[in-house]
Ligand binder design. Sequence first.
Ligand code: NAD
Length: 267
Amino acid sequence: MKQLAGKRALITGSLRGIGFGIAEVFAREGAEVVLHGLGDEASISAATSRIKELGAPKVEVFTHDLRDSKAIELLMSDVLASGAIDILVNNAGIQHTAPTAEMPPEKWDEIIAINLSSAFHTMRVALPKMAERGFGRVINIASVHGLVASVAKAPYVAAKHGLVGMTKVVALEYANVGSRESGGVTINAICPGWVETALIESQIQVRADKFGGDRNQGIADLLSEKQPSKRLSVPSDIGEIALWLCSNATHNVTGTSIPVDGGWTAQ
Ligand code: NAD
């Protein structure tokens, strides 16, 4: 029996990267997958085919821009028009690194909107419906930067700390919904360290440039600074943890922030 048979999952920012890795794991386990993100026709069609191929009985795609709260409202009503959602993964996010004095104010607004506010706007709509059915899983993809800081990332660190805080508040609000048998409604955050995706490519490039463009040495340099395992995660690693959070056995795991950071925050 596939673990997510009969479940429908919306994953924001899932046309590539970590979101797509989560979608692949959910598809393999038989979930109906609602993909979402900004992408051209070719990337949408490639992502859809792959998710179908892996076994998702139904795949839908939405492209609403999460910078706009009205667009998120529309996204949620469009998604819910064709059925309930059992699993919501707030994954979409962007990064921009610069010292605070040089951070463009519009980057602050965008990062707060996409990395933090969008999760409020989706949860606000999704959670009451999950509560009615006694089962729901919200997984917020925060970051190690929801737990500790690094220089030149003021909006990102602020957004991710905010997401971790909001995860706790909402988890408390829904903690006593449902039962052990129904699975309850849980809200958790996953806090990855470095994961190999396009989001960190420019940061890898800066390091690679120090070694005459050698990408592997650039990655090693990046990891040696803060991630003691000295290994990158890959998107499917995060997907498997998200899958675990969807099981009924985790009915009492709520309000947590799970570091997947090779020991970064243990230091
Ligand atoms: P990515 O750039 O590969 O994917 C980001 C996704 O978000 C894309 O699908 C993109 O279309 C979507 N998105 C971006 N702006 C959007 C907008 N305005 N409207 C709608 N969708 C939008 O990045 P990723 O590394 O897969 O990151 C996914 C999440 O994981 C982010 O929240 C990121 O902060 C977090 N994270 C990543 C790492 C890492 O090392 N890669 C580490 C910790 C946390």
